[in-house]
Design a protein around this ligand. Structure first.
Ligand code: CA
Ligand code: CA
Length: 145
């Protein structure tokens, strides 16, 4: 499967816009990483990507990574310790399951935008936007080599 069959360029741009929109209300930071394949455990892989992208470099440790291995159909979410501490234990799993439901119906873009919105709401509740907010982590999608 090609990337464009998973998400069209247009849909990829909509996702970047959804991240920017979500981050208007919170100091939290959201990133999406897309790779074709994932061998092994997607959560483990996602944690590696989180570290490679230096997503721990937020002042309040409130970065969230959505990891999508579209060919392998493996998906994972990593929330940094600041946000992980304040969400219910099953929050990340339930968001991932919601997303998988959309993906099974071939609605990848809608599903991804949906979880980004949900992340934004969660982050806003615990980390409201501050006057001196900066974009600590790029809103652009990260693509595997
Ligand atoms: Ca920010
Ligand atoms: Ca950002």
């Amino acid at each position: 499967m090609k990337l464009d069959d998973f998400l069209t360029p247009d849909e990829q741009q909509r996702i970047v816009a959804a991240i920017a929109e979500a981050e208007r209300k919170t100091s939290g930071e959201i990133r999406v990483h897309i790779t074709p394949r994932c061998e092994g455990d997607p959560l483990e892989q996602a944690r590696e990507v989180f570290a490679q992208l230096e997503m721990y470099k937020t002042r309040q440790r409130n970065g969230i990574l959505l990891f999508l291995a579209f060919e392998s159909r493996k998906f994972a979410i990593v929330g940094d310790e600041g946000i992980d501490r304040v969400v219910p234990d099953d929050y990340w799993d339930s968001e991932r399951d919601t997303l998988v439901g959309f993906l099974k119906r071939g609605e990848a873009a809608r599903g991804i935008e949906g979880v980004i919105n949900s992340f934004g709401e969660k982050l806003k509740a615990h980390f409201p936007i501050e006057a001196d907010d900066t974009d600590e982590l790029s809103n652009e999608i990260s693509y595997a080599e």
